[in-house]
Design a protein around this ligand. Structure first.
Ligand SMILES: Nc1ncnc2c1ncn2[C@@H]1O[C@H](COP(=O)(O)OP(=O)(O)OP(=O)(O)O)[C@@H](O)[C@H]1O
Ligand SMILES: [Mg+2]
Length: 400
């Protein structure tokens, strides 16, 4: 363990010491902030109660959100393999380093520099953790599996960072029928590409006998991600976690095209029947050297859609259900998304005409791994076609 019980620590942002405080490694949280050294480098959404006082609840909320959550698929198996009793222990093993932001923490006297520590450049035991996360047969990883950027990788699905010839990429597994979420991620990113939407590209691979979606890390040493919920929290007013609050926050930070970016997300969510656009499944890009907000982040995590948890017989009527989630708002209709889109002139939906056929060929190509039936493949392609037809139809009523 890096820390023993309560330790005096410093929270760092790259090589900027942001604050000093006391950290409790039994509860995996900050007990006290002693000194705020650089309030301008506090994580987005971590609030000040006064000029010399950080709101501890928001600091710990942000800090622990970066951990693997209790609801991670197959967490029990992972903990057994890594010989840990609480997933938050991992936060302390590698300085709390992430590859989605540039925060880390260390003993107050630690003299390390970010250049030697960060996982954007430093190698790690990627297969050790990857196999501990994904392998279904017996597996005993080496201790090195405990020291990876996966220690601060949140979210429900099994996932692991891997480095290949293109750089860091995220492998993410499925839970729905026939591992559909992975193929959905790919599909969403191709739809987005055809329509010119700003979206992370996803591919599909087999890893440990299962499908995983694979996407490049869209951040780098100068760029980090903050969630839409944290962007709203940063307003210092108790605003609800809604799109209007998010737009208000973006306006304060001078990001003029936020509405257009959100519209792109709504369109993709409509086409994909995505049910899971909570406030951490959208975000902003932040300049890691200045904490300046740059733009909305590219669309990511669009896999929970196209009825991946629905029976084949339910697919046809899925679009009528009210189960779109938009930040904290639940049970919205998918049709209401279309009304939120103002600029319909920019989209050429004829670029999607071959997508149902392409979707079919990809579903077929992974059939030996997913066991999906012909009937379900046809129902899914039909569902996709009906989504595309519907946006074409809607566009005709709106185009000027
Ligand atoms: N391409 C990427 N580059 C950098 N960080 C990423 C990337 N993709 C995901 N992340 C980070 O990893 C987190 C989890 O990823 P993602 O949302 O895809 O997982 P999930 O398990 O599907 O999430 P959920 O719990 O919403 O279902 C994101 O919130 C983000 O912080
Ligand atoms: Mg997510």
């Amino acid at each position: 363990m890096l820390f023993q019980k309560t330790e005096r620590v410093k929270l760092m942002h790259k090589d900027v010491a942001v604050l000093t405080g006391e950290y409790d490694s039994r509860r995996h949280e900050f007990r006290k902030v002693n000194e705020i050294l650089r309030p301008d480098h506090l994580p987005t959404g971590v609030l000040l109660d006064g000029p010399d006082s950080v709101n501890l609840v928001s600091l710990n909320g942000w800090f622990q959100w970066r951990a693997i959550p209790k609801y991670r698929v197959d967490l029990g198996r992972l903990k057994e393999r890594l010989h840990i009793s609480d997933e938050k222990e991992l936060l302390e093993l590698e300085y709390g380093l992430s590859v989605s932001d540039h925060y880390w923490f260390a003993d107050i006297d630690d003299t390390k520099f970010y250049a030697e520590l960060n996982f954007f450049n430093r190698d790690f035991d990627q297969d050790g953790f990857g196999q501990a996360m994904f392998r279904t047969s017996r597996y005993e990883p080496k201790d090195t599996a405990l020291h990876t950027p996966n220690n601060t990788l949140c979210g429900y699905h099994r996932k692991a960072w891997m480095r290949n010839e293109h750089g860091l990429c995220l492998y993410k597994g499925s839970t729905g029928f026939h591992q559909q979420e992975c193929i959905n991620e790919w599909l969403a990113s191709v739809l987005a590409d055809r329509l010119g939407l700003y979206c992370v590209p996803y591919d599909v691979l087999r890893y440990e006998g299962q499908l995983v979606s694979v996407c490049p890390n869209f951040l780098n040493l100068d760029l980090e991600l903050a969630t839409a919920s944290d962007a709203i929290a940063a307003m210092h007013e108790k605003l609800p976690d809604t799109v209007d609050s998010f737009l208000a926050a973006m306006e304060v930070h001078g990001i003029a095209d936020a509405r257009a970016s959100l519209e792109e997300m709504f369109l993709l969510d409509y086409l994909m029947l995505n049910t899971d656009r909570h406030g951490q499944n959208a975000g902003i890009l932040v300049d890691a050297n200045t904490n300046r907000w740059i733009s909305m982040a590219p669309i990511f995590d669009t896999g929970t859609g196209l009825g991946c948890f629905a029976k084949t017989s339910e697919l046809e009527t899925l679009g009528n259900q009210k189960n779109y989630r938009l930040f904290s708002q639940k049970h919205l209709s998918f049709e209401s998304l279309l009304d939120r889109i103002q600029n319909w002139n920019r989209y050429d939906f004829s670029t999607l005409d071959d997508m149902p056929d392409l979707f079919r060929s990809v579903l077929l190509s992974y059939r030996s791994t997913t066991g999906i039936s012909d009937e379900r493949i046809e129902a899914l392609c039909e569902l996709l076609k009906s989504r595309i037809d519907r946006v074409k139809q809607y566009q005709l009523t709106k185009r000027v």
